[in-house]
Design a protein around this ligand. Structure first.
Ligand code: AMP
Ligand code: MG
Length: 480
């Protein structure tokens, strides 16, 4: 079926914004597009009724343009590792927007689709392995019930991409509530006229947070919403042990969806200092730092809308400061609520904080696996390891059982909050290595496993075991 003829009814609301915010740019055609992955379920959800592989690979490599598409590269800036930089879509192109079954708007973006006016010396391309990585991790995040961009397709290009080695090229089609970033606000505030910037901010509110349109102070409300969205997001990351790896302001969406799966990874042994990114030498984006960085990034974001919140600068600063000051206590309240759910407790009391911190300390001392510890508690089937065998754990368990009393009720809560599986680093690497050379079995297996990550119904649950010392030398990389 050819869905280009009105089937898709693509919208272009972003390219109706003032010119400053984008550059019209067509994808660069590729030599030999070949469909590697297509997310049928997501396609159906988005009403993309397309079945023929040839057509899919032509559309989602950029060789053929979807009807109504007005392709653009989006302008943005950002603070990378604390420093302000001009960026923009250097290898991505927004094809347009489509609506899901409940009329919500989604961006359809090609990533790796050739040079744009923002490429700054880059080749505009992406490797097959890195696009498969984004597909695998973003879909895993979806199964883990964490706000995220999604992956619709991976198409190999038949062209080589030159990095440290020679790689096969590919294009990922990414679906997002939008690709508007904190960095888009930074760009607009610094490089567009005040009038254009206000048009943009109003567009963002209308698109993402229409509920505050009629508020007396919508811009301050926007800041409050962003604070809440990011507290929710980071708490969810912590819940499953996710480390984003490169929380620059250009990688923070205004929708609160996780974006840009570059150097991200999942923590195995519990240690808040865990970092896998090859360039994060100082541990700026370590597991246990993520909420502090989110706060830092939101402060940068708040600076861009200060003048809209209130004309009088000192009054605006006071209003913003009051909101930002609430972040630490809001975060710790949500954090303790979430951690308590992981041990089956809702409505935590002061005393429960001790129960949580004691368990965390035990996990850290015994270098216990974060996911497996909570999964074991949820299964009521303890692993044969030093944590569960220790006297300290037995003391903790006694207090825990006394506290939860109704264990059945608690197990139900725990099952919803403790995943059985995460995309373990060693499994991700194996899946990517095999899939890049044409063997998709381990990739498919891992995705299938992730789709059951909260499925405690099965009788034969086996927890994931990580090869000893794998993480000691494991490194992840940006871009590529
Ligand atoms: P990322 O690390 O993916 O968040 O990208 C940071 C910035 O570098 C963004 O502006 C990207 O568009 C740009 N970029 C990354 N890889 C490439 C590439 N191969 N060619 C051109 N621009 C790139
Ligand atoms: Mg990025």
């Amino acid at each position: 079926m050819d869905f280009s003829k009105d089937k898709l009814n693509l919208k272009n609301t972003y390219s109706d914004l003032p010119d400053c915010f984008f550059k019209k740019t067509k994808p660069t055609k590729v030599e030999n597009p070949h469909l590697i992955y297509f997310n049928n379920k997501l396609a159906t959800y988005l009403n993309l009724n397309i079945f023929e592989n040839d057509l899919i690979s032509n559309y989602f490599s950029g060789n053929k343009l979807l009807e109504n598409s007005n392709p653009i590269a989006q302008a943005y800036a950002g603070h990378q590792f604390g420093n302000f930089t001009m960026l923009g879509d250097g290898r991505a192109i927004l094809l347009g927007e489509c609506k899901d079954k409940i009329n919500k708007l989604y961006d359809i973006q090609l990533k790796g689709s050739g040079k744009t006016p923002f490429s700054r010396g880059g080749d505009g391309r992406a490797t097959l392995s890195s696009m498969l990585r984004e597909y695998l991790i973003s879909e895993s995040m979806y199964y883990l019930k964490i706000p995220t961009t999604r992956s619709l397709a991976v198409v190999s290009t038949g062209e080589k991409v030159y990095r440290d080695s020679i790689n096969e090229g590919a294009i990922l089609t990414r679906i997002a509530s939008s690709h508007i970033r904190f960095g888009t606000f930074e760009f607009g505030k610094n490089f567009c006229s005040n009038k254009d910037f206000k048009v943009f901010v109003d567009y963002v509110i209308k698109r993402h947070y229409p509920e505050i349109l009629k508020s007396k102070s919508p811009y301050l409300e926007l800041l409050k919403l962003i604070i809440n969205k990011y507290i929710d997001l980071i708490i969810n990351w912590i819940r499953v042990g996710f480390i984003h790896g490169v929380m620059n302001t250009d990688n923070m969406t205004i929708s609160g969806e996780t974006i840009d799966y570059g150097p991200c990874a999942f923590m195995n042994s519990y240690d808040p200092k865990t970092v896998f990114s090859s360039i994060d030498n100082q541990g700026r984006y370590a597991f246990g730092n993520q909420h502090k960085i989110a706060y830092w990034n939101i402060t940068v974001f708040a600076g861009t809308i200060l003048h809209l919140i209130e004309k009088d600068k000192s009054k605006a600063i006071e209003l913003v400061q009051n909101c930002l000051n609430k972040f630490p206590s809001l975060f710790s309240n949500q954090w303790i609520k979430m951690m308590c759910k992981k041990i089956g407790i809702i409505n935590p009391t002061e005393k429960d904080k001790l129960l949580v911190s004691d368990l965390i300390r035990l996990m850290e001392n015994h270098k216990a696996d974060y996911t497996n510890t909570f999964a074991s508690l949820t299964l009521n089937k303890y692993l044969n390891n030093s944590l569960f065998k220790s006297e300290d754990f037995k003391i903790w368990e006694k207090k825990w059982i006394e506290r939860v009393k109704n264990k059945e009720k608690s197990y139900k809560i725990m099952q919803k909050n403790n995943p059985l599986y995460i995309p373990r680093n060693h499994l991700v690497e194996l899946a990517l290595k095999n899939a890049s050379s044409g063997d998709k079995q381990s990739f498919d297996n891992l995705l299938e496993l992730m789709s059951k990550t909260y499925n405690y119904d099965s009788k034969n649950i086996e927890l994931q075991i990580v090869p000893k010392d794998f993480d000691k030398t494991y490194k992840t990389f940006c871009g590529t």
